[in-house]
Design a protein around this ligand. Structure first.
Ligand code: B1M
Length: 209
């Protein structure tokens, strides 16, 4: 099966078709990671380009996002089936001002697959909420996602809030999202940047063990 078909159906917002094709790809034995990257994420990237160029608008992006979520749900048990199991607890959220949650949800999925307990704070999360949750619930890691260049700066506020609360040496801060880079991570004093959900889970396992 050509994974491009999944990408095209996702771009058209055909959630049912996406679900059916993802299932077919699974049945054909195509690795889940490949279906995710070459089918779902690649389709979402095309939608993103069109969104940028005003060729599609928020409603179309939302139906594509729904199709993406339906496909990802089917992949979840496969993506999280193998690998090292770790003990640990993290809190995760998309930073204040930012409502994008698809990438954050993928990171959550991969973390849970590694046996890590995840406190999901949702989207539009204030720095103080990340820090208070880490404190109250004894999280070893704070995971922040940001998709907008206008919100990525909030991650620096999370680092500062952890310092001000006196827990900076007890908690690791991991960051990610499309505009984030390793250089940005170093600049704001966070502990790790990873480009995708699978590598985020690997680094989290290291931090927790
Ligand atoms: Co938004 N949006 N959006 N949008 N949207 C982008 C991000 C944009 C790049 C589109 C574009 O112009 N090309 C652009 C940002 C430009 C910029 O900042 N320079 C943009 C804009 C401008 C906006 C609005 C301002 C539009 C408007 O209203 N005028 C608005 C802002 C709303 C807000 O947040 N306050 C907005 C709204 C929306 C929707 C609501 C319509 C919808 C979100 C639906 C939802 O999330 N439930 C949406 C979407 C879907 C997108 C695009 C098309 C797709 C994002 C996505 O889900 N990608 C996006 C374009 C794009 O990125 N190509 C775009 C798939 C997802 C799996 O990837 O989240 O990057 P991603 O996650 C990756 C990695 O980054 C990583 O793991 C994942 C892969 O494994 N990762 C982490 C993510 N978090 C991590 C954390 C980690 C580690 C790795 O450690 C903790």
């Amino acid at each position: 099966m050509d994974l491009q078909e999944i990408s095209l159906k996702l771009q058209a917002g055909k959630a049912k078709d996406v679900k059916q094709l993802v299932q077919q790809a699974i049945d054909e034995g195509i690795p889940a990671q490949e279906i995710l990257e070459q089918g779902l994420i690649s389709g979402m990237n095309v939608v993103g380009e069109k969104f940028k160029n005003n060729e599609v608008f928020v409603p179309e992006v939302l139906v594509a996002a729904r199709a993406m979520n339906m496909g990802a749900k089917l992949l979840k048990p496969l993506l999280t089936a193998e690998g090292v199991k770790a003990n640990g607890k993290v809190c995760i959220g998309t930073v204040k001002g930012d409502l994008h949650d698809i990438g954050k949800n993928l990171v959550k999925m991969m973390l849970e697959g590694k046996g890590i307990e995840v406190v999901d704070l949702g989207t539009d999360v204030a720095p103080e909420t990340f820090v208070q949750t880490a404190k109250d619930q004894n999280c070893q890691i704070i995971c922040c996602s940001a998709l907008l260049t206008t919100t990525m700066g909030v991650m620096e506020d999370v680092v500062k809030a952890a310092e001000n609360a006196g827990i900076r040496d007890q908690v690791k801060i991991m960051i990610g999202g499309a505009p984030i880079t390793d250089a940005f991570c170093k600049q704001i004093g966070a502990d790790a940047y990873t480009p995708d959900a699978a590598s985020a889970a690997d680094v989290a396992v290291d931090f927790c063990s």
